[in-house]
Design a protein around this ligand. Structure first.
Ligand SMILES: *[C@@H]1O[C@H](CO)[C@@H](O)[C@H](O)[C@H]1NC(C)=O
Length: 223
Protein backbone atom coordinates (compact mmCIF):
# COMPACT_ATOMS: atom_id res chain seq x y z
CA UNK A 1 0.00 0.00 0.00
CA UNK A 2 2.73 2.41 1.11
CA UNK A 3 4.85 1.43 -1.91
CA UNK A 4 1.98 2.22 -4.33
CA UNK A 5 1.64 5.59 -2.59
CA UNK A 6 5.34 6.44 -3.07
CA UNK A 7 5.33 5.29 -6.70
CA UNK A 8 2.30 7.53 -7.32
CA UNK A 9 4.09 10.50 -5.70
CA UNK A 10 7.23 9.80 -7.75
CA UNK A 11 5.24 9.66 -11.02
CA UNK A 12 3.44 12.87 -10.10
CA UNK A 13 6.76 14.63 -9.40
CA UNK A 14 8.10 13.38 -12.75
CA UNK A 15 4.99 14.69 -14.55
CA UNK A 16 5.48 18.09 -12.86
CA UNK A 17 9.14 18.28 -13.87
CA UNK A 18 8.24 17.35 -17.47
CA UNK A 19 5.52 20.02 -17.48
CA UNK A 20 8.16 22.72 -16.97
CA UNK A 21 9.95 21.89 -20.24
CA UNK A 22 8.55 25.07 -21.89
CA UNK A 23 8.40 28.62 -20.50
CA UNK A 24 7.71 28.75 -16.74
CA UNK A 25 4.08 29.30 -15.75
CA UNK A 26 3.15 32.92 -15.01
CA UNK A 27 2.95 33.82 -11.34
CA UNK A 28 0.40 36.60 -11.94
CA UNK A 29 -2.48 37.29 -14.36
CA UNK A 30 -0.16 38.94 -16.85
CA UNK A 31 3.15 40.81 -17.03
CA UNK A 32 3.18 43.39 -19.84
CA UNK A 33 6.83 43.73 -20.94
CA UNK A 34 8.61 47.01 -20.37
CA UNK A 35 11.93 48.06 -21.88
CA UNK A 36 12.52 50.87 -19.40
CA UNK A 37 12.85 49.31 -15.92
CA UNK A 38 12.37 52.68 -14.16
CA UNK A 39 8.59 52.23 -13.90
CA UNK A 40 8.77 48.41 -13.63
CA UNK A 41 7.35 46.59 -10.65
CA UNK A 42 8.66 43.00 -10.83
CA UNK A 43 10.43 40.57 -13.14
CA UNK A 44 9.45 37.22 -14.68
CA UNK A 45 10.97 37.17 -18.19
CA UNK A 46 11.07 40.84 -19.22
CA UNK A 47 10.35 43.63 -16.73
CA UNK A 48 6.63 44.00 -16.03
CA UNK A 49 4.63 47.18 -16.41
CA UNK A 50 2.55 48.16 -13.38
CA UNK A 51 -0.66 46.10 -14.06
CA UNK A 52 -2.76 49.20 -13.26
CA UNK A 53 -1.22 50.92 -16.29
CA UNK A 54 -1.85 48.00 -18.71
CA UNK A 55 -4.17 48.68 -21.63
CA UNK A 56 -5.83 46.68 -24.43
CA UNK A 57 -3.08 47.77 -26.86
CA UNK A 58 -0.54 45.82 -24.77
CA UNK A 59 -2.33 42.62 -25.86
CA UNK A 60 -2.93 43.62 -29.49
CA UNK A 61 -1.24 43.30 -32.88
CA UNK A 62 -2.55 44.44 -36.24
CA UNK A 63 -1.55 43.28 -39.72
CA UNK A 64 -1.24 39.50 -39.81
CA UNK A 65 -3.53 39.61 -42.87
CA UNK A 66 -0.63 41.23 -44.81
CA UNK A 67 1.57 38.73 -46.74
CA UNK A 68 5.33 38.89 -46.16
CA UNK A 69 7.56 39.48 -49.18
CA UNK A 70 8.81 36.08 -50.44
CA UNK A 71 11.20 37.56 -53.04
CA UNK A 72 14.36 36.15 -51.38
CA UNK A 73 16.81 33.20 -51.56
CA UNK A 74 14.41 30.64 -50.01
CA UNK A 75 11.08 31.96 -51.33
CA UNK A 76 9.36 32.33 -47.96
CA UNK A 77 8.77 34.94 -45.28
CA UNK A 78 7.96 34.49 -41.59
CA UNK A 79 6.08 37.31 -39.87
CA UNK A 80 6.59 36.86 -36.13
CA UNK A 81 4.18 38.02 -33.45
CA UNK A 82 5.97 37.36 -30.16
CA UNK A 83 6.69 39.33 -26.98
CA UNK A 84 8.57 41.94 -29.03
CA UNK A 85 5.38 42.73 -30.99
CA UNK A 86 2.85 42.08 -28.18
CA UNK A 87 4.40 43.04 -24.79
CA UNK A 88 1.41 41.47 -23.02
CA UNK A 89 2.71 38.01 -24.07
CA UNK A 90 5.49 38.35 -21.48
CA UNK A 91 5.58 35.21 -19.24
CA UNK A 92 2.56 33.62 -20.99
CA UNK A 93 4.49 30.97 -22.97
CA UNK A 94 2.78 31.46 -26.34
CA UNK A 95 3.20 33.33 -29.65
CA UNK A 96 2.16 33.10 -33.31
CA UNK A 97 3.70 33.47 -36.78
CA UNK A 98 2.36 33.87 -40.31
CA UNK A 99 4.40 32.12 -43.00
CA UNK A 100 4.12 32.95 -46.70
CA UNK A 101 5.58 30.66 -49.37
CA UNK A 102 6.09 31.44 -53.07
CA UNK A 103 5.52 28.45 -55.41
CA UNK A 104 8.42 26.04 -54.64
CA UNK A 105 9.51 28.32 -51.81
CA UNK A 106 10.48 26.81 -48.48
CA UNK A 107 10.94 27.59 -44.82
CA UNK A 108 14.34 25.86 -44.65
CA UNK A 109 15.39 23.30 -41.99
CA UNK A 110 15.48 25.04 -38.60
CA UNK A 111 14.73 24.46 -34.91
CA UNK A 112 13.05 26.45 -32.15
CA UNK A 113 15.10 25.95 -28.99
CA UNK A 114 12.24 26.97 -26.70
CA UNK A 115 8.96 25.98 -28.41
CA UNK A 116 6.78 23.28 -29.86
CA UNK A 117 5.01 24.51 -32.99
CA UNK A 118 1.51 23.71 -34.27
CA UNK A 119 1.03 24.72 -37.91
CA UNK A 120 -2.28 25.30 -39.74
CA UNK A 121 -2.31 25.51 -43.55
CA UNK A 122 -4.60 28.35 -44.69
CA UNK A 123 -3.83 28.18 -48.43
CA UNK A 124 -1.84 25.90 -50.70
CA UNK A 125 -0.01 22.59 -50.39
CA UNK A 126 3.03 22.08 -48.15
CA UNK A 127 5.40 19.13 -47.83
CA UNK A 128 6.53 19.27 -44.17
CA UNK A 129 8.69 17.17 -41.91
CA UNK A 130 10.84 16.87 -38.81
CA UNK A 131 13.73 14.62 -37.73
CA UNK A 132 14.10 13.07 -34.27
CA UNK A 133 17.27 13.22 -32.18
CA UNK A 134 20.26 10.81 -32.39
CA UNK A 135 20.81 7.97 -32.91
CA UNK A 136 17.54 7.14 -34.73
CA UNK A 137 17.15 10.45 -36.62
CA UNK A 138 13.72 9.26 -37.67
CA UNK A 139 12.11 11.43 -40.35
CA UNK A 140 8.38 12.17 -40.09
CA UNK A 141 6.83 13.88 -43.13
CA UNK A 142 3.47 14.67 -44.65
CA UNK A 143 1.90 16.60 -47.52
CA UNK A 144 -0.54 19.12 -46.05
CA UNK A 145 -3.46 20.86 -47.74
CA UNK A 146 -5.69 23.75 -46.71
CA UNK A 147 -7.14 23.09 -43.25
CA UNK A 148 -4.53 20.50 -42.29
CA UNK A 149 -2.65 20.82 -38.99
CA UNK A 150 0.82 19.46 -38.13
CA UNK A 151 3.00 19.54 -34.99
CA UNK A 152 6.77 20.10 -34.80
CA UNK A 153 7.99 19.00 -31.33
CA UNK A 154 10.24 21.37 -29.36
CA UNK A 155 13.89 21.52 -30.47
CA UNK A 156 13.61 19.17 -33.46
CA UNK A 157 14.82 20.17 -36.95
CA UNK A 158 11.84 20.78 -39.26
CA UNK A 159 10.89 22.47 -42.55
CA UNK A 160 7.99 23.31 -44.85
CA UNK A 161 8.21 23.26 -48.64
CA UNK A 162 5.54 24.66 -51.00
CA UNK A 163 5.02 21.86 -53.52
CA UNK A 164 1.98 23.55 -55.09
CA UNK A 165 1.87 25.84 -58.13
CA UNK A 166 0.30 28.72 -56.15
CA UNK A 167 1.33 30.76 -53.12
CA UNK A 168 0.84 29.02 -49.77
CA UNK A 169 0.04 30.56 -46.38
CA UNK A 170 0.23 29.04 -42.89
CA UNK A 171 -0.29 30.22 -39.32
CA UNK A 172 1.63 28.60 -36.51
CA UNK A 173 1.28 28.79 -32.73
CA UNK A 174 4.47 28.36 -30.66
CA UNK A 175 4.72 27.46 -26.98
CA UNK A 176 7.00 30.34 -26.00
CA UNK A 177 6.81 34.13 -25.83
CA UNK A 178 10.22 34.02 -27.56
CA UNK A 179 10.65 30.65 -29.37
CA UNK A 180 14.02 31.48 -30.99
CA UNK A 181 15.03 30.19 -34.42
CA UNK A 182 18.21 28.41 -35.51
CA UNK A 183 18.26 28.00 -39.29
CA UNK A 184 20.69 25.14 -39.80
CA UNK A 185 22.46 26.31 -42.97
CA UNK A 186 22.71 29.92 -41.75
CA UNK A 187 24.00 28.94 -38.31
CA UNK A 188 26.56 26.45 -39.62
CA UNK A 189 27.80 28.17 -42.79
CA UNK A 190 26.91 31.79 -41.98
CA UNK A 191 28.13 32.12 -38.38
CA UNK A 192 29.86 35.35 -37.37
CA UNK A 193 32.82 34.97 -37.28
CA UNK A 194 32.95 31.96 -39.64
CA UNK A 195 33.65 28.47 -38.26
CA UNK A 196 37.05 27.15 -39.42
CA UNK A 197 36.35 25.42 -42.81
CA UNK A 198 38.43 22.38 -41.68
CA UNK A 199 35.81 21.71 -39.02
CA UNK A 200 32.90 21.94 -41.47
CA UNK A 201 34.70 19.94 -44.20
CA UNK A 202 35.17 17.02 -41.82
CA UNK A 203 31.79 17.38 -40.08
CA UNK A 204 29.82 17.39 -43.35
CA UNK A 205 32.31 15.21 -45.30
CA UNK A 206 32.69 17.96 -47.92
CA UNK A 207 35.58 19.25 -49.98
CA UNK A 208 37.11 22.38 -48.38
CA UNK A 209 36.29 24.39 -51.56
CA UNK A 210 32.62 23.46 -51.27
CA UNK A 211 32.63 24.61 -47.64
CA UNK A 212 34.26 27.93 -48.57
CA UNK A 213 31.64 28.46 -51.30
CA UNK A 214 28.83 27.73 -48.86
CA UNK A 215 30.38 30.18 -46.39
CA UNK A 216 30.30 32.85 -49.13
CA UNK A 217 26.64 32.12 -49.92
CA UNK A 218 25.55 32.31 -46.26
CA UNK A 219 27.87 35.13 -45.18
CA UNK A 220 25.91 37.83 -43.37
CA UNK A 221 26.39 41.50 -44.15
CA UNK A 222 29.15 42.73 -41.89
CA UNK A 223 31.00 39.48 -41.08
C1 LIG B 1 9.53 39.73 -45.20
O1 LIG B 1 8.52 40.63 -45.57
C2 LIG B 1 8.65 41.92 -44.98
C3 LIG B 1 7.42 42.72 -45.36
O2 LIG B 1 7.20 42.72 -46.75
C4 LIG B 1 9.95 42.55 -45.46
O3 LIG B 1 10.12 43.81 -44.85
C5 LIG B 1 11.11 41.65 -45.09
O4 LIG B 1 12.32 42.17 -45.61
C6 LIG B 1 10.90 40.24 -45.64
N1 LIG B 1 11.95 39.37 -45.13
C7 LIG B 1 12.65 38.57 -45.93
C8 LIG B 1 13.66 37.69 -45.27
O5 LIG B 1 12.52 38.53 -47.15
Amino acid sequence: MMRVYFVTIALFALALSLASASDPDPVQDFCVALDDPKSAVFVNGKFCKDPKLAKAEDFFFKGLDIPGNTDNRVGSNVTTVNVDQIPGLNTLGISVVRIDYAPYGQNPPHTHPRATEILVVLEGTLYVGFVTSNPENRFFSKVLNKGDVFVFPIGLIHFQFNVGKTNAVALAGLSSQNPGVITIADAVFGSNPPINPDVLAKAFQLDQKVVENLQKVFKKNGN
